[in-house]
Design a binder for this molecule. Structure first.
Ligand SMILES: Nc1ncnc2c1ncn2[C@@H]1O[C@H](COP(=O)(O)OS(=O)(=O)O)[C@@H](OP(=O)(O)O)[C@H]1O
Length: 359
């Protein structure tokens, strides 16, 4: 960013884009390459917790496809950092090398030179490289000047690794590195959104115009056809309770945790819980009957709302099955329309596949 500005301070994407254009023009005028597909953000701002305007402006101005951060899911422990992909940008976990803006000179290295050498010779930096198949490090430009600590540190750790291990070291440009990373860790591609307000570092790099206070404290998870809409309506009538704003497509249900709405990001979900939604004594809740049998729901809901109370409704399975049968008939399901309820529930294993599936 121009002037080392933090993207989360910009809520207006046009303004953000204009600032980024200044960077780009500067780079072009000075022959600095602009086609690496890689960019980082000052102080990790906007990368995680995700600030949507940053992702939008990055793609538009720079065609950024890869970035890295130490913040996902949290700064420490480093070995638990992961990657994810959001809006076409692959976010790699970034490791820490121990060189910061205040460590420009070897004699001023916190704890003395032997501390840095210890980190290189079997200590933290060495362990980091050994324990992560792909490492992304970053240090400040000034560490390449002054005492050249960056060069010293990385040359030394590479020498040490070559001397004492059989690890094969290779480097690759950002895009190839990111593609390799997600080939190795395809399970990480989909993000897991945590609650930015639970983490002081994350709160600092989160837009002031965002909020967590109104996130639901209660989730009604269904299952479908158990009277969940009736319960939602009754709860919404209670003066101490406040439901989310309705969705234009799925009405009272947001269906965030169980399907691709989740990939739209946390801001998408938060917009259904604006600060104006509740007064100070009200408890917000959300009801999506599809949460009950969504494989991904427990992990996702726990990551964002670890303290939420969960309400599940249990009714007679036969009543539920009959209600479901009527539900899909009314939605034009060809199998349900061709077979009676009795035929469906008594279908044996030699029945046609569509019938067995419906059963
Ligand atoms: N209090 C109470 N007790 C038991 N059953 C009730 C109750 N209130 C509503 N219902 C019945 O629940 C059915 C609709 O359930 P849902 O709202 O969960 O359906 S959905 O999944 O949101 O489509 C729907 O069932 P069917 O009428 O058989 O389709 C409702 O009539």
């Amino acid at each position: 960013m121009w002037n080392h500005q933090q993207p989360h301070l910009y809520n207006n994407v046009t303004h953000l884009e204009a600032e980024m254009m200044l960077n780009k023009q500067f780079a072009i005028e000075h022959g600095i390459p602009t086609n690496s597909s890689y960019s980082v953000s000052p102080h990790h701002s906007g990368v995680y917790p995700v600030h949507e305007p940053l992702y939008e402006a990055w793609r538009k101005v720079w065609d950024v496809k890869v970035t890295s951060t130490e913040e996902y899911p949290h700064l420490r422990p480093a070995r638990l950092r992961r990657g994810f992909r959001h809006k076409g940008v692959m976010v790699l976990p970034r490791q820490t090398c121990g060189l910061f803006t205040h460590t420009l000179l070897l004699e001023r290295y916190p704890g003395g030179r032997h501390r840095l050498d210890r980190s290189i010779q079997g200590g933290e930096l060495f362990q980091t490289v050994i324990n992560n198949p792909i490492n992304v490090f970053m240090t400040h430009m000034s560490n390449y000047g002054n005492d050249r600590l960056a060069l010293y540190t990385f040359e030394s750790v590479v020498k040490f690794l070559r001397c004492w291990t059989n690890v094969r070291l290779a480097s690759a440009p950002p895009l190839a590195l990111a593609e390799k990373y997600f080939q190795l860790r395809p399970d990480e591609l989909n993000p897991l959104w945590g609650n930015p307000c639970d983490d002081i570092r994350h709160r600092r790099i989160w837009s002031k115009s965002k909020w967590c206070g109104t996130l639901p404290k209660v989730l009604v998870i269904g299952p479908q056809k158990t009277g969940s809409t009736a319960l939602y309506t009754f709860l919404a009538m209670h003066p101490s309770l406040a439901p989310n704003l309705p969705s234009p497509t799925t009405y009272e249900e947001l269906q965030f945790f169980n399907n691709n709405n989740y990939l739209k990001g946390l801001d998408w979900y938060l917009n259904f819980f604006p600060p104006s939604l509740t007064n100070t004594t009200q408890i917000t809740f959300e009801k999506s009957a599809t949460y009950f049998d969504g494989d991904l729901v427990p992990r996702r809901a726990h990551a964002l709302l670890p303290n939420a109370k969960i309400i599940a409704i249990l009714i007679s399975p036969s009543k539920r099955a009959y209600s479901w049968y009527q539900h899909i008939r009314s939605h034009g399901d060809p199998v349900a329309n061709n077979y009676t309820f009795h035929t469906v529930i008594t279908a044996n294993d030699s029945a046609p596949k569509p019938l067995r599936d419906l059963r």
